[in-house]
Design a protein around this ligand. Structure first.
Ligand code: DCT
Ligand code: MG
Length: 394
């Protein structure tokens, strides 16, 4: 029996109706549905992107091409694919046909071709051949080592090193970070769960309370955006009295080390000085705070039935200390997502002639800094509607 409602609706709407078989009818219904167009603003920071993604098949494919470009020193291409994926993440429903995408921003020719292939054939040859390529697989394995970036990985691949075993046998001298990365490879490539992030938060809070009562700890990164897993756990530490944050990092790290929580740590100094360095640059300023990259040793409950004897796992943890005067900028900058941050900076520069970093917001027209004590104020300075962390998952 045919569903006649579509016919009756069409007749009521005054459209000529041709009686079709079931297959043809479905085609027509799909075509009619395509007329429902989507529309989204150009910048990811103007959109609300929750974790509910109706187009995961498409965004996974575009993200893989983005990742491949980023690992191959093609940043521009990487950003283009990331922007295209982010537009699809923001759509209120699944894309069923290309015409729905007409007029959407950030969908270049290349991304549209990939989307078309997947909609029509269920897969994109380019994506699948990239996924299977020896070069991409080797880049993934080698950059999966903490402390190994794309340049180093590429150099090793040129020497014929494609696997961890080959790397171990190569006799290459690894730096301290890479040694730790190789040693804890499996743990560090296993997603960190929300429960594990909570357990680490408890430890970090204990450390901060022990060495600097009154200081404040905030969970940032993906977990602040509501993600259920992450590749690491990110924290921002500050003190409500300006200046009292100085020296805090080394005390926190010493406490953690003395209690046996650290498998690896490396602190980088805060070199940021407004007066001597001039306006905040829009480019990545991520390393200008006092920041400590660590690998935590986290006690683990033995999984029932598991034969493993190891009672702990390694987890990547990032600690950042910010003076209270910069805290709102640091919080906004460290909450992410990476694309959301990039788009905020692009919006600031291109639309408002301002430079945003995780330290400050400089107004190039007024030649002055805008102060802010909350994320809401920064969005307001930028002329943007406030987007809460759970909707920054671009
Ligand atoms: N960040 C950024 N630009 C970078 C690196 C980081 O803006 N080049 C910001 C945005 C997110 C935050 O720092 C933490 O970085 P990650 O931990 O890499 O990102 P995440 O969103 O927390 O992802 P994951 O859940 O995988 O840890
Ligand atoms: Mg993170």
């Amino acid at each position: 029996l045919l569903d006649v409602s579509w016919y009756t609706e069409s007749i009521r709407a005054g459209r000529p109706v041709q009686i079709l078989d079931r297959h043809k009818l479905q085609e027509h219904q799909a075509a009619a549905a395509e007329v429902q167009m989507f529309s989204v603003p150009s910048y990811a920071c103007q959109r609300r992107t929750t974790l509910e993604n109706h187009n995961a098949v498409l965004t996974d494919a575009l993200s893989l091409l983005a990742e491949n470009a980023e690992l191959s020193d093609q940043e521009g291409r990487g950003v283009a694919f990331r922007r295209a994926a982010a537009v699809l993440k923001a759509l209120p429903g699944p894309v069923t046909g290309l015409t729905q995408l007409r007029g959407l921003p950030c969908l270049g020719e290349h991304s549209l071709r990939v989307i078309k292939d997947i909609l029509e054939n269920g897969a994109s040859d380019e994506v699948e051949s990239t996924r299977q390529s020896e070069h991409f697989k080797a880049l993934k394995v080698l950059t999966g080592i903490f402390g190994v970036g794309p340049k180093t990985a590429e150099r090793w691949i040129r020497e014929g090193i494609h696997s961890l075993i080959q790397l171990r046998e190569s006799g290459h001298t690894l730096n301290r970070a890479q040694q730790a990365g190789l040693l804890h490879y499996d743990d560090l490539n296993r997603p960190v769960t929300r429960a594990e992030a909570d357990a680490i938060t408890e430890v970090v809070v204990r450390a901060v309370v022990a060495v600097a009562p009154g200081a404040e700890v905030t969970l940032t990164g993906g977990f602040r955006r509501g993600k259920l897993t992450g590749h690491d756990v990110d924290f921002l530490i500050t003190h409500p009295e300006e200046g009292r944050e100085e020296g805090l990092m080394s005390k926190v790290v010493s406490w953690l080390r003395s209690q046996g929580f650290l498998l690896y740590e490396k602190t980088t100094r805060n070199s940021y000085l407004e007066s001597t360095e001039g306006p905040a640059r829009p480019a990545s300023n991520m390393d200008r705070f006092e920041r400590c990259l660590t690998i935590f040793k986290l006690d683990e409950d033995q999984r029932p039935g598991s034969e493993e004897t190891k009672l702990w796992r390694a987890v990547r943890v990032d600690l950042v200390v910010s003076p209270i005067s910069q805290f709102a900028f640091a919080l906004l900058g460290w909450t992410g997502s990476k694309l959301f941050e990039r788009e905020l900076r692009r919006w600031a520069g291109h639309e408002k002639a301002m430079s945003l970093s995780s330290h400050a917001l400089y107004d190039n027209n007024q030649s002055r800094y805008h102060r802010a004590t909350s994320e809401e104020e920064i969005f307001a300075h930028l002329g943007l509607e406030f987007v809460p962390p759970s909707e920054r998952n671009a």
